[in-house]
Design a protein around this ligand. Structure first.
Ligand code: GLV
Length: 309
C-alpha cells in the first residue's frame, strides 16, 4: 500500500525525506501525482484542497501535518468514518512555549516601551514588576497551553487558565466555559490565545471580550486569526484600552503588504512561526500512526469532528 502526502509549504522536501526515512518500506505519493487511488491507505496532509480526501476509497487514517485541523475539518466531504489525527509533537509544544515566554517577557520587562523610547533617544527608567506580580491568562489548555504554563510557571508568573472543559493543572488557577471568559480576561495583565479554531472560538475575542480585558493589558495570539476581531483589537489599541498585541496568525495569510496591522505601532507581527511542525520528529510520530491504523489501533490524538479539533 502507499501513502498520500500533501503540503503547500516550501519545506515539502524535508518532510518527504524524513517520512521516507521513517517509513522505508512505504511508497509516499505526492498529491496530485498519486497513481491508483485504491492503493493509498493513509493520508498525511496540510491544507489539501477540499473534496480530495473523499476520492480515496481505502483510507485507514488521515493525519494532519500540523497541530491545527480547522482547514481539514472545514472540508464538507471529509470522510467521517475513519480516524483523523492532529499532530501532537512535544517539540512543537516546546517551540510554542519558547515563543510565548519570549513574548510575555518582552512585555513584562517593558521592552516595548524602551524600544519606543529608543526611537526618541529618550532615557527614562520605569518601575519594575517581578514575575509573581504579573498575571498571565492562557486561553486554551491543551498540550501547548500546558507546556506554556510549565515554562511560565518556572519563571515565576502568576497563571490563570481558561478552557472549554474543566481542567486541573498544578500551579494554574483554571476556569472553564464561556460564562467565565470575561472574568479571566479582566484579571490578566497578558492574555495568550492557544485555542483551536472552532465554531465556538471564531470571533471569540470580539469587542465585548477585548473590553473585558484589564486596562493596559496585552494580547498575544498564537492560534488562528479568525479568533480575534481585528477591527475591535485595533480600536482597543487606538483608544488606549490595550497596551499592545503580538499576532502570529491572521485571517488571511500571508498578511497583505498593505494590511493596517503591519504598521500599527502597538502591534508586533510574526509570520505564523510560533510553533512550526518539525518534520524529523513528526515523521516518527506519523510512522507510528500508520502502523497503528493498519492494525486498527489508531486511538491517540484523534480529532472529534463535531468538536472541530
Ligand atoms: C500551525 O498553525 C499548526 O496548526 O500546526
Amino acid at each position: 500500500m502507499a501513502i498520500l502526502f500533501h503540503s503547500p509549504w516550501d519545506n515539502a522536501d524535508q518532510w518527504l525525506a524524513a517520512l521516507r526515512a521513517a517509513l522505508p518500506k512505504d511508497e509516499i505519493r505526492v498529491w496530485p501525482d498519486v497513481g491508483a487511488r485504491s492503493e493509498i491507505d493513509f493520508a498525511m496532509v496540510w491544507q489539501i484542497p477540499p473534496g480530495v480526501l473523499a476520492g480515496f476509497p481505502n483510507l485507514l487514517g488521515i493525519a494532519s501535518l500540523g497541530a491545527g485541523v480547522d482547514a481539514l475539518v472545514a472540508d464538507p466531504d471529509l470522510p467521517r468514518n475513519i480516524p483523523i489525527t492532529r499532530l501532537v509533537d512535544p517539540l512543537m509544544a516546546d517551540r510554542m512555549a519558547e515563543y510565548v515566554c519570549a513574548t510575555v517577557l518582552h512585555y513584562h520587562l517593558g521592552l516595548d516601551i524602551y524600544q519606543e523610547q529608543q526611537e526618541r533617544a529618550h532615557w527614562q527608567r520605569h518601575q519594575t514588576t517581578d514575575a509573581p506580580g504579573r498575571t498571565i491568562a492562557l486561553l486554551g489548555l491543551g498540550q501547548m497551553g500546558q507546556r506554556c504554563a510549565h515554562h511560565l510557571g518556572g519563571l515565576g508568573f502568576d497563571l490563570l487558565g481558561w478552557s472549554r472543559r474543566a481542567k486541573e493543572i498544578t500551579g494554574v488557577r483554571c476556569s472553564h466555559g464561556l460564562s467565565r471568559l470575561h472574568q479571566v480576561l479582566a484579571s490578566a495583565d497578558i492574555a495568550v490565545l492557544l485555542l483551536p479554531l472552532t465554531v465556538e472560538t471564531t470571533n471569540l475575542m470580539d469587542r465585548a471580550a477585548i473590553s473585558a480585558m484589564a486596562p493596559g493589558s496585552y494580547l498575544i495570539n498564537c492560534s488562528r486569526g479568525e479568533i480575534v476581531v481585528e477591527d475591535d483589537l485595533i480600536a482597543a489599541l487606538d483608544g488606549g484600552h490595550l497596551a499592545g498585541a503580538t499576532l502570529d496568525a491572521f485571517r488571511a495569510e500571508p498578511l497583505a503588504p498593505d494590511h493596517p496591522l503591519w504598521r500599527h505601532p502597538k502591534i508586533r507581527i510574526t509570520p505564523h512561526i510560533a510553533s512550526l511542525s518539525a518534520p524529523a520528529t513528526a515523521a516518527l510520530i506519523l510512522a507510528e500512526q500508520v502502523h497503528q491504523a493498519r492494525n486498527h489501533r489508531l486511538r491517540q490524538d484523534l480529532v472529534v469532528i463535531d468538536d472541530g479539533y
